[in-house]
Write a protein that binds this ligand. Structure first.
Ligand SMILES: [Mg+2]
Length: 175
């Protein structure tokens, strides 16, 4: 298989479907959230009300929140301010530097930080490689910007998941 470490430990439809109880069961003391198509609509500067509420609920439960995004600095800064949380951007996922830095900033072990994102080959790989908890959510909507690029990415993701399931069935353990 071309990609390693791209299989998510947990999967949900939307970030707002993940409860505080779920996070506690996973052992998460902090969550690192992706921006595009996870917490905000792709390429948007608008913070959806349901995301704002979810972040508030999670933080009130004593779970820290940080943004880890591959977007540019000023956009992450702007959305971070709206969310009231710190950020690391551009994070260059699937590299693990950002998540390792986040664990240090928030003073939690990597195994106690959950990375929540919609992309297998960036969000999930970075979490798995770093030894963090990987949570995949379905993209909020189809990407309009770089649509051709994302069409290929989503096709590769589907292929990866299919292959992974097939190899698991045969009892072969894959990354
Ligand atoms: Mg994303």
């Amino acid at each position: 298989m071309k990609y390693k470490n791209a299989y998510p430990k947990y999967q949900f439809r939307r970030i707002t479907d993940i409860t505080v109880e779920d996070l506690r069961k996973m052992g998460a003391k902090a969550v690192a959230v992706d921006l595009d198509n996870t917490t905000v609509i792709d390429s948007s500067y608008k913070l959806p009300e349901e995301t704002r509420k979810w972040i508030e609920t999670v933080r009130e439960a004593g779970i820290q929140v940080i943004i880890i995004s591959n977007t540019w600095f000023t956009r992450a800064w702007y959305l971070g301010k709206k969310m009231g949380v710190p950020f690391i951007a551009p994070a260059h996922k699937p590299h693990t530097r950002a998540i390792r830095k986040a664990a240090k900033m928030l003073d939690v072990k990597l195994e106690n930080i959950a990375m929540i994102g919609d992309q297998l080959f960036t969000d999930i790989i970075s979490a798995n490689k770093a030894g963090a908890i990987s949570i995949r959510v379905e993209p909020m909507e189809k990407e309009k910007l770089f649509a051709g690029h994302f069409k290929k990415v989503r096709a590769r993701e589907r292929e990866y998941m299919k292959q992974h399931r097939a190899e698991n069935k045969k009892g072969k353990c894959t990354a």
